[in-house]
Ligand binder design. Structure first.
Ligand code: 9MR
Length: 561
């Protein structure tokens, strides 16, 4: 079969777990037999293609090939007689282990302020850039020793995305998501080794990776008053060059309520997790808790300091024209921070800030909408929450499960059999993170009551990201048969190496065309192009990688046993 043919069978291009659902979506055929064959051409399974109940966004029905009943480990392809053969895939207990590990390792590759040694980075080794040890305070309410123009040191952290800046709001949800992965699957995550510089210490590698960013985040707090700067950035985006080729001044910009509350939430969560490692990390848990409380106190005193870049640029020099991450609603950040602080400190002063919303207002988290992150934490620390003054846990659990039911309702009618493909509204900037975050919400629902439909739909969204989708791309760089080769990611563009830096999730289909680069199609789930100029569909970002990491590792932890 040629590649074009194989592209008409849309399936997870990596692999399937023996006892989990296995589906492929067939374009151009919705009836007739299909076979699963070994590499040697031996038929091991026969099934029949059935037509999807609903049409895809492109107006066509699809064919569904369900081979869930095949559970013998091996390497196979799917064959439609006389027509087409799929890419090769595996059935194995470790089906997605490489993807799960690789996506965490992606964070290592985007570390700021450090060289990447060949020993860890392979052919993507590179020199250090952006030391960030002399950063200017650009603009902010001054505290006693922090006037504008003061120089501070704020090294480390991950680059946010294809650009080289570091933004607290987006670091917040990303770091918390990785911390949650450890918190929710500690036994499995202790086994995950990533060949990073810290791999020989006694901490799980996912926490080693988190620490690279957490230590940077700590430097973004004004020690005098507890407020946290919104971002650390150049005035304008760097060119498409390697990190060590940049030299423009770096600034920390404006303490703000959203950044300060996101910081408080992450530090509170980090505190209870790192408290389990007093030998390896003496004092860290205490420092994180103090930082969280100090930040919270600043936010309570400054509840409406919103980041408005356009307004700031009217009075402050230099103008700052990098990512804004402006969020004009911070009620959700208050809920999230209060939930984390309540669970970590058990101090009831936070309870009044924990507001519940009707089921229809519960949302899948994004960088600007983090209320549900707080709910996750309450729901998984029932034992602690029951000892506090927060007494609405039973109602929250019922509502959260209804929200999860609404997410999965109708997914099996859908042309791609996934939650993400149910609604065109899911296809905005960073749509792949919507798929991943939906998956994360469903994993938590599954952990709450064990209902298989949540787990199966979480896995289906992961299948989506790995190829069972409207474009046929496997969206994690370095993996799959139809690979993303040209992400909007400066090192991947500038390093002279053909293959992009691996383990990074492309933003995904988005018909918005904010970058003015025409996508291959305008259909919601097909509006994508593998072009490094197309930052609205093909950038990479920490808040997209993090839920992918969560979902892939959670699935590997659950399905491999
Ligand atoms: O992910 C962000 C998306 O939700 C916004 O619509 C978009 C425009 O404001 O910005 C995205 O975030 C970008 C950030 O501003 C700068 N670094 C790259 C991020 C991903 O494109």
């Amino acid at each position: 079969a040629n590649a074009q043919n194989a592209d008409s069978i849309r399936l997870n291009q990596i692999g399937f777990y023996p006892n989990a659902p296995k589906k492929a979506i067939i374009l151009n055929t919705d009836r007739g037999a299909f076979y699963i064959e070994t590499g040697a051409g031996k038929k091991v399974f026969t099934g029949s293609v059935s037509r999807s109940v609903s049409k895809a966004f492109n107006g066509k029905y699809t064919g569904i090939a369900n081979f869930s009943a095949l559970n013998t480990p091996g390497t196979y392809k799917l064959v439609i007689p006389q027509k087409v053969e799929s890419y090769t895939f595996s059935i194995s207990n470790n089906a997605l282990k490489s993807v799960a590990d690789g996506a965490i390792k992606g964070f290592y590759y985007i570390r700021a302020s450090t060289e990447l040694k060949e020993q860890y980075a392979g052919k993507w080794y590179r020199a250090a850039g952006h030391p960030d040890d002399k950063v200017l305070i650009h603009s902010s309410a001054a505290s006693k020793d922090r006037k504008e123009g003061t120089v501070i040191s704020s090294p480390g952290g991950w680059y946010d995305a294809g650009d080289y800046n570091k933004y607290i709001v987006n670091s917040g949800i990303s770091t918390a998501t990785l911390l949650s992965l450890y918190e929710d699957f500690p036994a499995y995550m202790q086994t995950v080794k990533l060949n990073i510089p810290e791999s020989n210490d006694k901490l799980p590698d996912v926490l080693n990776e988190v620490l690279w960013n957490l230590r940077w985040m700590l430097t973004m707090q004004d020690p005098a008053d507890g407020g946290v700067y919104h971002k650390l950035t150049n005035a304008a985006f760097d060119g498409m060059v390697m990190p060590d080729q940049t030299s423009t001044p770096r600034y920390v910009v404006q303490k703000g309520t959203a950044a300060t509350l996101d910081f408080a939430a992450v530090m509170a969560q980090a505190s209870r997790i790192f408290a389990k490692y007093p030998q390896q990390l003496p004092g860290l848990a205490d420092s994180c808790q103090k930082a969280a409380i100090h930040a919270w106190e600043w936010a309570v005193k400054n509840p409406t300091v919103l980041y408005n870049q356009d307004k700031m640029n009217k009075t402050k020099k230099p103008q700052i024209n990098t990512g804004a991450y402006g969020d004009n609603k911070v009620d959700d950040e208050f809920v999230w921070a209060a939930c984390e602080l309540l669970v970590t400190t058990k101090n009831n002063i936070y309870t009044p800030y924990i507001k519940l919303v009707p089921v229809e207002a519960i949302t899948v988290p994004t960088w600007s909408d983090v209320r549900t992150m707080g709910y996750y934490t309450l729901l998984k620390h029932e034992d602690i929450v029951l000892t506090t003054s927060f007494n609405e846990l039973p109602g929250l659990e019922i509502d959260f499960l209804k929200f999860a039911d609404n997410l999965v309702a109708g997914a099996s009618d859908d042309a791609y059999q996934t939650v993400i493909d149910k609604s065109a509204k899911n296809f905005g900037w960073g749509s792949n993170s919507v798929a991943a975050n939906q998956g994360m919400a469903l994993i938590l629902a599954y952990k709450l009551n064990g209902d298989q439909k949540y787990l199966d739909n979480a896995l289906a969204n992961l299948d989506y990201l790995l190829g069972r989708n409207g474009t046929g791309y496997c969206y994690l760089t370095g993996f799959g048969d139809k690979q993303v080769m040209h992400p909007h990611h400066r090192p991947s563009v500038a390093d002279g190496i053909e293959e992009p830096v691996p383990g990074l999730l492309a933003g995904g289909p988005n018909p918005g065309m904010q970058d003015k680069i025409p996508t291959a199609s305008k259909v919601p789930d097909e509006a994508y192009i593998d072009d490094d100029r197309a930052y609205a569909v093909n950038e990479i970002a920490i808040n997209w990688n993090a839920p992918f990491v969560y979902l892939a590792n959670a699935i590997q932890a659950i399905e491999s046993v």
